[in-house]
Design a protein around this ligand. Structure first.
Ligand SMILES: Cc1cc2nc3c(=O)[nH]c(=O)nc-3n(C[C@H](O)[C@H](O)[C@H](O)COP(=O)(O)O)c2cc1C
Length: 240
């Protein structure tokens, strides 16, 4: 059970969000998961240019640090996204990475994965950040086990309470992965989202032939949800 966690604060070791993520990590590891954390702020991740290259040919035009991160996310059983609250949303660094996952949402490539979100905020709550990151992951096909947020204005006691919650959430995420837990409401949402993106890609099949080929293999396989057949593996790997 491999989990990739993405740290979205630029404050490195001083990051309170990373501290909360460490508590989640403790829960994950004590319940048997193997984890790897990646500080997205230490990577070079260019902005998405909306050039359609990933949709049409399966390759991004940028040659930076993003593709290795994307590969790790695609191979993981679980994903954790974390960010401090910056003006009611995530940091620019993690948003730049999310924007580079357009082909992942089009092809629902986080399907069968489990996810959690972590946030801290200076003000009353970071829950808008966990809610946003949860929506992103759900829309990419993942089961969102939960999110944990801490407010710095609550002082040390609030942070310690959030750490206990994070640790319990980590254990729950590991258990969900181990038992392949199904969340029927999220499963229904995944079905609707997959139908939407399959239809969208079909409508733009001349512009997005790579993704159209991917969905064609999924439809041909038809016996299960959006697992790519062998011929579609290049969409996952980005080798077109
Ligand atoms: C540019 C910037 C914008 C911020 N905007 C908000 C905000 O809108 N609401 C809030 O509650 N806290 C805001 N904060 C405070 C951070 O969310 C808070 O200090 C957080 O715990 C920092 O996490 P970190 O230590 O992981 O970087 C902001 C901080 C910065 C630097």
């Amino acid at each position: 059970m491999k989990v990739i966690g993405v740290l979205g604060s630029p404050r490195g070791k001083a990051s309170q969000t990373a501290r909360l993520a460490r508590a989640l990590d403790a829960g994950l590891c004590e319940a048997g998961a193997e984890t790897e954390w990646i500080d997205v702020c230490s990577l070079r991740v260019e902005y998405c240019r909306a050039c359609d290259a990933c949709h049409s040919g399966g390759r991004c035009v940028h040659h930076d640090d993003f593709e290795p991160l994307r590969e790790k996310l695609l191979l993981a059983d679980g994903i954790v996204l974390s960010s401090p609250d910056y003006f009611g949303s995530v940091t620019a660094q993690i948003k730049a990475a999310i924007d580079r996952l357009s082909a992942v949402i089009h092809c629902q490539l986080f399907r069968h994965k489990y996810a959690c979100t972590v946030a801290t905020a200076g003000g009353p709550s970071g829950s808008e950040v966990t809610a946003y990151l949860g929506e992103v992951l759900l829309n990419m096909g993942a089961y969102v086990v939960g999110g944990v947020a801490a407010s710095m204005s609550g002082g040390p006691a609030a942070m310690e309470e959030a750490e206990r919650t994070a640790r319990a959430l980590g254990r729950e995420m590991a258990s969900a992965m181990a038992t392949r837990r199904v969340y029927p409401d999220q499963q229904e949402r995944h079905r609707r989202t997959a139908d939407y993106f399959r239809a969208l890609v079909e409508r733009y099949r001349n512009r997005w032939p790579h993704e159209a080929a991917f969905w064609a293999t999924v439809v041909a396989a038809a016996s299960g949800p959006a697992r790519p057949a062998a011929g579609a593996e290049s969409v996952r790997s980005g080798k077109g």
